[in-house]
Write a protein that binds this ligand. Structure first.
Ligand code: PLP
Length: 454
């Protein structure tokens, strides 16, 4: 029931003059066993109070140390700037080192995660007339890796708690032309791969794991990327392991890896013969140098992120309406490229997410809403409907169904509710830094009745 203006005014007046300014909405129960902190009942910084963490500085990202710099200098001086100049260059060396992380013989590196995904799409022989089911809640690179091969990206809706693909909707979207699934491990945490793999097996589909955000995440005892037919990673600057732009492919299937190498290398196989269609997607030696330089502390930073993520979850889990991303059973390590929550405004005096984010930023903690619109709401969907090749390949009835299915309400809801921390650098910080975030969220929660006035 909506309170009348009179009762709302009276309520605010009462709580503002009362002994505890911790306002508790009549319709929402107070949160349980959270230890009170000094700042909690103080005035919001946005209303003139003292910020929890003025001039907060998180560890800088991308990660740079002397070793990274030295590797780049070494490469510059060596004159080996392209991967085919030497089998011992940084890129071939990186491919072996990256493969070791997964316990496989070799990986294939590319110029980006998008290129890695497209390389696998091509290597699996997917293209015109084929449909690949994926998520609308992802980087445009996911969808583009399918479109550049002129296949059709079909989007399924999300699970509202994990923000990952909903396997039931994936299964509903399968048609006679579906050839592959491209699940995305959003925020760096494994999606529901158990169900996705079962569906793929039942319908005889390839699985290309978009693990671009999920390096070193572990699900049911296996590293993500190696559970489907192939997994693709991104080393774009914001990622937890990065070199500006870069990507890699892993797979247990060595024949497929060989094909991926050929596609990545403008269709030219290791034998030197040009055998197939493929763009030139090679990683360059400077990117390889940065990645080799960053490798030594990779595991340690990963463990710190996991430790801090666990701490945040523990400390904030009792705040109603600030629900951390659900992790699927079997997730023993996340990548934590992003730490995300669903902001449920009904627990925050119905204050819109933007007001919450504004108040939090004034306390010194910046969270982001992340993706504004699911990819089902971007103009590419209209664009492909106008293309003669899509009309020929898929036909009017299929394209009408594609258009009709661009209704993905859970994805829309997630876009409206998400609040996230870019975590690559911040989650490598100290426990005391985590405490700042926790205190700031608690303080804003305690003052949620004031959010309407900012
Ligand atoms: C989930 C996901 N898929 C694909 C990509 C594309 O990777 P890249 O930007 O390296 O091409 C990204 C990059 O942000 C991503 O986050």
């Amino acid at each position: 029931m909506k309170p009348s203006n009179y009762s709302r005014r009276k309520f605010i007046a009462t709580t503002a003059t009362g002994s505890a300014a911790v306002a508790v909405s009549a319709s929402v129960p107070a949160f349980g066993n959270i230890t009170p902190v000094r700042n909690e009942s103080e005035k919001l910084a946005i209303l003139g109070g003292t910020p929890v963490a003025p001039e907060k500085k998180w560890p800088e990202w991308p990660y740079v140390d002397e070793r990274v710099v030295e590797e780049v200098v070494k490469t510059t001086r060596s004159g080996i700037w392209c991967r085919i100049q030497s089998p011992n260059g940084t890129v071939p060396t990186f491919e072996k080192e990256f493969a070791k992380l997964f316990g496989i013989k070799t990986s294939v590196s590319t110029g980006s995660g998008t290129q890695a995904l497209n390389t696998v799409v091509e290597a699996l022989g997917l293209g015109p007339g084929d449909e690949i089911i994926t998520s609308p809640y992802t980087d445009p690179g996911t969808i583009q890796s399918i479109l550049v091969s002129r296949a059709l990206p079909v989007m399924a809706d999300l699970d509202p708690e994990s923000f990952q693909l909903d396997p039931d909707d994936v299964e509903r979207k399968i048609t006679k032309n579906t050839r592959a699934l491209m699940p995305v491990h959003m925020m760096g945490q494994p999606c529901n791969l158990q169900r996705i793999m079962e569906i793929a097996k039942k319908h005889n589909l390839f699985v290309i794991e978009d693990s671009c955000q999920a390096i070193m995440a572990v699900y049911q005892g296996k590293k993500v990327g190696l559970i489907g037919d192939a997994g693709c990673f991104s080393f774009q600057t914001s990622k937890v392991f990065c070199c500006g732009e870069g990507g890699a492919i892993v797979s247990n299937n060595e024949e497929l890896m060989d094909k991926c190498y050929t596609v990545m290398n403008h269709g030219t196989a290791k034998s030197g013969r040009t055998t197939t269609i493929g763009s030139k997607y090679r990683m360059n030696e400077f990117e390889g140098a940065v990645l080799l330089g960053q490798m030594p502390g990779l595991r340690e930073r990963h463990e710190t992120r996991n430790r801090n993520a666990k701490y945040l979850t523990e400390q904030l889990k009792d705040i109603p309406g600030f629900r951390p991303q659900k992790l699927y059973e079997g997730t023993t390590e996340g990548s934590y490229y992003i730490y995300a929550w669903a902001y449920k405004k009904e627990h925050w005096n119905n204050a819109p997410r933007e007001k919450f984010l504004k108040a939090l930023a004034a306390e010194g903690i910046s969270l982001s809403p992340y993706i504004a619109n699911g990819l089902h709401r971007e103009p590419w969907t209209e664009h492909i409907l106008t293309l003669p090749e899509y009309k020929t390949m898929f036909g009017a009835a299929r394209l009408k169904k594609f258009k009709d299915e661009l209704n993905l309400p859970v994805c829309d809801q997630v876009c409206q509710e998400l609040a996230m921390l870019w975590a690559s650098g911040p989650l490598t910080a100290t426990t005391s830094d985590m405490d700042d975030l926790i205190k700031a969220v608690r303080k804003v929660y305690a003052n949620r009745d004031k959010l309407a006035s900012i």
